[in-house]
Design a binder for this molecule. Structure first.
Ligand code: HEC
Length: 132
C-alpha cells in the first residue's frame, strides 16, 4: 500500500513536469522571435550612410544648421531646430522629415536624395530605439 501511493505520487510529479516542460517549449517556439542579429547595426548600416552623404556639411568643425552627425554626442544633441529624432517615432523625427524634404530643404542639400531603402533603414533604426 505504502509502495503504491509512493509510485502514484512519483508518476504525478513526473507528468506535471512533463506538461510544464512542453508548455514552456511551446511558449518559446510561439514567442515572436526577434533575434538580436536582425536588429539594425548602427556602426555597420547607418553610420556609413551618414558618412558618405552627410559628413560633407555636418561634422564637428563644419556643422551646418548646428548639426554634427559625426559623433554620438552630436547626433543626440541635434541641430539648431532641436533633436534629430524621437526614439521609436521615425515619422515625427526631424532627420526623416528633412530626408523627405518636409519642413525645410531636402537633405542632403543640393545633392541626390537617399535611396528609399536607405530612408527605410534609418526609419527602422529610429523605431528600434536609435541605438548607437
Ligand atoms: C551640401 C551640404 C549638406 C549636406 C551634404 C547635408 N546637409 Fe543637412 N543641412 C545643410 C544646411 C546648409 C543646413 C542648415 C539649413 C537648413 O536647415 O536647411 C542643414 C540642416 C540639416 C538639418 C536640420 C538641422 C536643424 O536642427 O535645423 C538636418 C536634420 C539635416 N541637415 C540632415 C542632413 C542629413 C541626414 C544629411 C545626409 C543624408 C545632410 N543633412 C546632408 C547642408 C547639408
Amino acid at each position: 500500500m505504502l509502495f503504491r501511493s509512493f509510485y502514484f505520487r512519483h508518476m504525478f510529479f513526473k507528468c506535471t513536469s512533463l506538461f510544464l516542460g512542453a508548455g514552456l517549449l511551446a511558449a518559446a517556439l510561439m514567442a515572436p522571435a526577434k533575434p538580436l542579429e536582425k536588429r539594425i547595426d548602427f556602426a555597420k548600416q547607418i553610420k556609413p550612410i551618414f558618412k558618405n552623404q552627410c559628413y560633407d556639411c555636418h561634422t564637428t568643425n563644419h556643422a551646418k544648421g548646428g548639426l554634427d552627425m559625426s559623433t554620438k554626442a552630436g547626433l543626440t544633441k541635434g541641430g539648431d531646430t532641436g533633436k534629430l529624432f524621437k526614439a521609436g517615432k521615425s515619422a515625427q523625427s526631424l532627420l526623416i522629415k528633412r530626408l523627405k524634404g518636409q519642413g525645410g530643404p531636402r537633405m542632403p542639400k543640393g545633392e541626390d536624395a537617399l535611396k528609399e531603402s536607405q530612408v527605410k533603414l534609418i526609419s527602422k533604426w529610429i523605431d528600434e530605439g536609435a541605438r548607437m
